[in-house]
Design a protein around this ligand. Structure first.
Ligand code: NAD
Ligand code: IMJ
Length: 256
């Protein structure tokens, strides 16, 4: 698709949980384009599932990194410095809110739930960018994942929507801070996909059916399609794009 555009480029992928993860769709595109990849997993429970996937794409390393732990984030970049002498891109596919905050009404969100969702889903991008930037001495590219619920009130998305609004704004400020060093920061706003983070969500079925009915493409998008867009954004083909939110949603967001 984009040929060898990433041959020899070194990149970190955060957020692979299983082979349905958007981060896995992205990994497959990055691998096909020739990138050298390093991976993280959130906690021990996930390592067993993620390790075989990392082996499938000849990943250079796999380390634990819960983004709420400053120590684990520092240790991740210590590993990057040890294994590679620089970094070209980073892909952030991480979000979390308490299950009870994704049911019922946004107005009932507790302070703890609000802060947790923002810590994991939004602040982590800024923290990772601050650690990654010094390693991106030849410029770089950072991509994160958002959802339409960051700009529209999607039933049930609640505190995650507010966290995505923060994430999307962070993308613009980070792009501004890092642009002078040749580092680009962008988000992909993906349409609904049936991953671990979407399964069991009340109303997901209805929202998905609505996309199939109303999106210009009349279907949902795949992790492979999101993966190809991410590979484009981290590649030199996107050298003029930063601070952007790129919709990969079959056109759903433009419909009235
Ligand atoms: P997923 O469950 O496969 O991925 C979410 C990842 O977040 C998991 O790997 C999980 O381990 C990680 N994570 C959660 N808390 C963490 C923490 N404290 N530290 C480190 N990692 C942590 O689901 P997904 O749908 O692939 O989600 C990836 C991204 O895509 C998320 O940002 C999500 O909001 C976004 N997104 C998803 C959809 C969708 O419909 N599935 C649509 C648009 C955007
Ligand atoms: C999530 C909740 C409510 C509505 C939703 C979603 N819609 C979509 C999602 C319509 C598409 C999936 N999505 C875009 C996410 O960002 C999901 C984040 C998420 C999911 C869970 C489920 C399990 C849990 N915590 C979570 N935290 C974040 O305990």
């Amino acid at each position: 698709m984009i040929g060898d555009a990433l041959r020899g480029r070194r990149g970190l992928v955060l957020g692979v949980a299983n082979d349905r993860s958007i981060a896995w769709g992205i990994t497959k595109s990055l691998h096909r384009a020739g990138a050298r990849l390093g991976f993280t997993y959130q906690g021990e429970r996930l390592e067993r599932r993620v390790r075989p996937l990392v082996e499938e794409v000849d990943g250079d390393f796999l380390v634990q990194c819960d983004v709420t732990s400053s120590g684990e984030v520092s240790a991740l970049f210590e590993t990057v410095r040890e294994k590679w002498d620089g970094l070209d891109f980073l892909v952030h596919c991480i979000a979390f809110a308490n299950k009870e905050d994704l049911e019922g009404k946004f107005i009932d969100t507790s302070r703890e739930g609000f802060l947790l969702a923002h810590d994991v889903s939004a602040y982590s991008l800024t923290h990772l960018c601050r650690e990654a930037a010094p390693l991106m001495s030849d410029g770089g590219s950072i991509v994160t994942l958002s959802y339409l619920g960051g700009t529209r009130a999607v039933p049930g998305y609640n505190v995650m929507g507010v966290a995505k609004a923060s994430l999307e704004s962070s993308v613009r400020y980070l792009a501004h801070d890092l642009g002078g060093r040749g580092i680009r920061v962008n988000a992909i706003s993906a349409g609904p996909i049936n991953t671990l983070s979407a399964r069991g969500i009340a109303g997901f079925g209805e929202i998905f059916a609505e996309v199939e009915k109303r999106a210009p493409l009349k279907r949902g998008v795949t992790i492979e399609e999101v993966g190809n867009a991410a590979a484009f954004l981290v590649s030199p083909l996107a050298s003029g794009i930063t601070g952007e939110i790129l919709f990969v949603d079959g056109g759903y967001n433009v419909t009235g």
